[in-house]
Write a protein that binds this ligand. Sequence first.
Ligand code: FUL
Length: 452
Amino acid sequence: MKKIILFSLLIVLIRPVHAQVLSQSNQQSVRNPLPSPYQLKWHEKNYYLFIHFGPNTFTNKEWGDGKEATAIFNPSQMDCDQWCRIAKAAGAKGIIITAKHHDGFCLWPSKFSTHTVGQSIFKRDVLAELSAACKKNGLLFGVYLSPWDRNHPDYGTEQYNTVFVNMLKEIFQNYGPIWELWWDGANGEGPNGKKQIYDWERFEKTVRSISPQTVIFSDIGPDIRWIGNENGNASTTNWNLLDTIGFKRGIGAPPNDTLQQGNYRGANYIPAEADVSIRPGWFYHQTENNQVKSADDLMNIYLNSVGRGANLLLNVPPDDRGLISSYDSSALINFFKKRSLFDGPNLLKNASISIGEPDRNNIKKPYSWYYVLKKPVLINGLILEEDLKYGQKISAVNITISISGETKLQQKITTVGNKRIILFPQPIETSEVAIVVLESKGMPVFKTLKAF
Ligand code: FUL
């Protein structure tokens, strides 16, 4: 026993505390899919904005039928830089815009449709302006392109697959780099009453050949999956793995609770993104100005998404002037201020730490991290992060917060994944923190163990 503690202390002395890598002797035995380098980078982004903007902004609808006159789309003061400045001030890492929603209206002057900004009196190229503003403000730029199109005359025929491929080419060749592509699952009838059989393989190949670094979202991936609801809630157990055999993009995904939790033994690495709107609708409606979510609501959503290992895609729709309204921006900024709680120094930084790990004589002994602080401190909670380049492994952790040996809080959690934020009901005076990994697919590797 003494030997293990001495050995662990030695490890602690020679390694930085944030890279809690234990010995390589107990490597994972279970097959565990790993993320691609692009998925790993995507995990780091945590939180970014969604922009729903188009004819619906002017017609007060959520789903346009594709028959809207192009003259409808005419924002009087559109300023993509304003969207980006607000996103940046609110700590968001990027913006994903509805380049084309189900009504088929293209926010860029596509050569493959007659229902675009090019035919409108507005004339300006919204994609070009947003892509430039994102670059200028150091934000990532992403595109939502609805496969369902209620305007295009070719919809419902094989020719439409070529139209969609051509649109993808236009966007990826002219407006890149594009960080995330969003394929909506909604799939209804086109103007001629027909449904489309999508050529997903061809769509994916088109994107990969021009922009291999883009991560592609749809209900079931290939790179990012939907969280199974539109409230921004991940499950407390959230695996970045998913079985997709037997399911097809756009026409059949696993049940929503499976999307929320992922699959423990899933065959593919497809982490979840939680999308939710700051307002009841996805598009701007003046009547919803008083229903903008408060900073407290947004904080709860953040804890239930980012705090459970998913990424958060928060929709903030510009109004009919083409600006984000002050109702939304002030909620976003207050939300940002609240999140500063997590950004302070790691209160465990100066603690002495001992790490336990199974040995040959006792393989049932759990991996554990014990922190003892020299002086008691008030802590609000903990942030745990797995180093996902080794795969997601942890499935049960016991956390004990004590002062001079007296337990103040004990909590059992399941998965950790990209990030697990545990916010205590109130700050706790603490001198010891014990993190015991009860179940893991092989050796757990933490990137972060932080008290805030
Ligand atoms: C859904 C769409 O039908 C909504 O209009 C919205 O775009 C949402 C993000 O996805 O499937």
